[in-house]
Design a protein around this ligand. Structure first.
Ligand SMILES: Nc1ncnc2c1ncn2[C@@H]1O[C@H](COP(=O)(O)OP(=O)(O)OP(=O)(O)O)[C@@H](O)[C@H]1O
Ligand SMILES: [Mg+2]
Length: 315
């Protein structure tokens, strides 16, 4: 449990949902975000997923009032960022990861931001402890590693004990241990009732972190909901030198119940049948199998199925 001080001044009754409705932003001829709509509820981590250039950062910048929407709206607790009573204490954000004075120590940096935000000086030590910055508190920011910088940015965003966290690609550059730490940390913050939106273009990175996901592509919504609902159906990977005849046999034996994707000439992905049922059919037809592996459904696969494209963003 990560204990933080509760703050006075913010109406307790307000639900700190993030709401995006009909949100559109065009830069010249580029439609960065197009009629986007989704809601992010408090209490869970929500992943904001999309390939490079799909409009994630632009959407987050609009939520923070840094970019003016061409149309539509983006609100936090029903209010635009500029209308929030104490925006810096309500919303913590890490959008771009430059912005450290190279000669400041990590502690100096947090001190400056605590003063700017009007937060108690004691918060500096608290957030350093929370994110594990304390061991390098006296190091100049120019000498910090990528992982340390990530933690320092997160500490900065947490100074105001915010109800809402917007993190743009927080996993970028972190090693597996760093990612695992981030997952645990954000889940705990969400369990305290915070609203947390975490963008990523690496789906596997947020897979075990987020309970909800908003998937976008080309600035438009592709899917939104509980991660468990967004996962593609489980499939079985089958490799056989007689993939064609096996496909025909499976489809004939289980009409309507089975779907077969040809991944490579000798490799199939079979949906709707167990490994046992596939193996039985292959044995009955005398088809040799070189591999038969149940595939765990992944968000990556679900995303590619939903967008029907595995070539990355084309823009
Ligand atoms: N200030 C701007 N001026 C012109 N075009 C912009 C501007 N900001 C973003 N864009 C364009 O809008 C589109 C969406 O960009 P955005 O940075 O929001 O995507 P993203 O999903 O955050 O991508 P990435 O994963 O690479 O960070 C891109 O085509 C980008 O080039
Ligand atoms: Mg971005």
């Amino acid at each position: 449990m990560i204990r933080m001080k509760t703050r006075g001044g913010v109406p307790a009754a307000r639900s700190w949902d993030i709401e995006v409705r009909g949100l559109t932003k065009t830069f010249g001829t580029v439609e960065a975000v197009a009629d986007l709509g989704f809601t992010v509820a408090p209490g869970t981590v929500t992943a904001f997923l999309g390939p490079n250039g799909s409009g994630k950062t632009t959407t987050m910048r609009m939520l923070l009032g840094l970019v003016t929407p061409t149309s539509g709206h983006a609100t936090i607790g029903g209010l635009r960022y500029a209308e929030l009573p104490r925006p810096a204490a309500t919303v913590g954000a890490v959008l771009d990861t430059s912005g450290f004075h190279p000669d400041h120590t990590a502690r100096d940096h947090l001190g400056v931001y605590a003063r700017l935000g009007g937060f108690a000086p004691s918060r500096v030590r608290e957030v350093m402890d929370l994110v594990g910055v304390t061991p390098f508190a006296g190091r100049r920011t120019r000498a910090l590693s990528t992982g340390m910088r990530r933690r320092l940015h997160l500490a900065t965003a947490l100074l105001g004990d915010p109800r809402v966290l917007l993190l743009d690609e927080p996993g970028n550059g972190l090693d597996p241990e760093g990612i695992a730490w981030l997952r645990r940390f954000l889940r705990e913050l969400a369990a305290e009732g915070r609203t947390i939106l975490v963008s990523s273009h690496v789906l596997s990175e947020v897979e075990q972190m987020a309970e909800h996901a908003v998937m976008i592509r080309g600035g438009r919504l592709v899917a939104a909901g509980a991660v468990t609902d967004l996962y593609g159906e489980a499939a079985v990977r089958v490799r056989s030198p007689q993939a064609g005849p096996l496909t025909a046999a499976l489809l004939a034996a289980h009409p309507g119940a089975v779907r077969v994707e040809t991944v490579e000439p000798d490799t199939l992905r079979v949906h709707g049948l167990s490994t046992a049922a596939i193996a039985a059919e292959a044995t009955a037809r005398g088809v040799p199998l070189h591999e038969i592996t149940p595939e765990r459904p992944t968000l990556e696969h679900a995303f590619l199925q939903l967008t029907g494209n595995n070539q990355g963003d084309t823009r």
